[in-house]
Ligand binder design. Sequence first.
Ligand SMILES: [Zn+2]
Ligand SMILES: [Zn+2]
Length: 280
Amino acid sequence: MSFKLGILGTGSSANSYVLQEFDRSVMIDNGFSLKETLRRMNGIHQDPRLLRAILMTHDHQDHTRGVCALSRKFSLPVFIPRGMGFESSQAPEKEALKEMSLFQETRIAGFQIFGFNTLHDVRVSAGYSIKGKSATVTIITDTGNWDDTMIELARHSDVLVLESNFSGDMLWAGSYPIFLKQRVAQYHLSNLEAGRFLAKLSRFPNRIKEIVLVHLSSNNNTPERVLAEVTAVLQQSPWASIPALVVQNASPKTPSGRTRLWVLPKNASWCYTQDQGVGK
Ligand SMILES: [Zn+2]
Ligand SMILES: [Zn+2]
């Protein structure tokens, strides 16, 4: 039996993740159309019939667009952080919606799920740490800041998915109007801050096998920039010589015995498999 994490894609246009263990899986966010969701799930060997629920981080189109259609097709409940609400026209059907409290454990489809606040330009937004029988994944994206709770959850994870949204140099020199530049800087994690988060994390005992940097801005970042700017910050840390790679294809990653850093280009897929008992 194995634990699988699939990233269907991330970035400014669409984000979605699937976690599978035994014969059940949960999805986190879905910004892809139904057809594209099924195509991408197939590409990373995730069977949509195993889905039991969809969890949502926040109400932005790149995370919500495909939730309603998928929920309807497979009769899936949609869990949202309490108070999140929906302003977009893409809201799931009322009967499917379930609110969950942050900062306490909720059991969904056999997974222990712990949600926490992120800082974003919406009423309520969340990240999740999801624990299965054999592995734990923590997803932190769409946030302007990070804190010790996130560090604590991350260090007890096998896989950490972390936002590295923009390069400060590209953002401030770019063509966005100033209000938009400020909004991006306030509500998304820069390469520099992602690096600082990882530098701090590396100083704590941890069990992390894979770190995946995601949600790269189309206009204000490139995978090469992420790699350069994040690893520059890590030079003074225990992760100074961490293997760091841009993801080229979705072939399943398995633990290598070392902590590795991946940069996921926008829209690229990634998947990870861990057999039960590994890393215990
Ligand atoms: Zn957002
Ligand atoms: Zn987003």
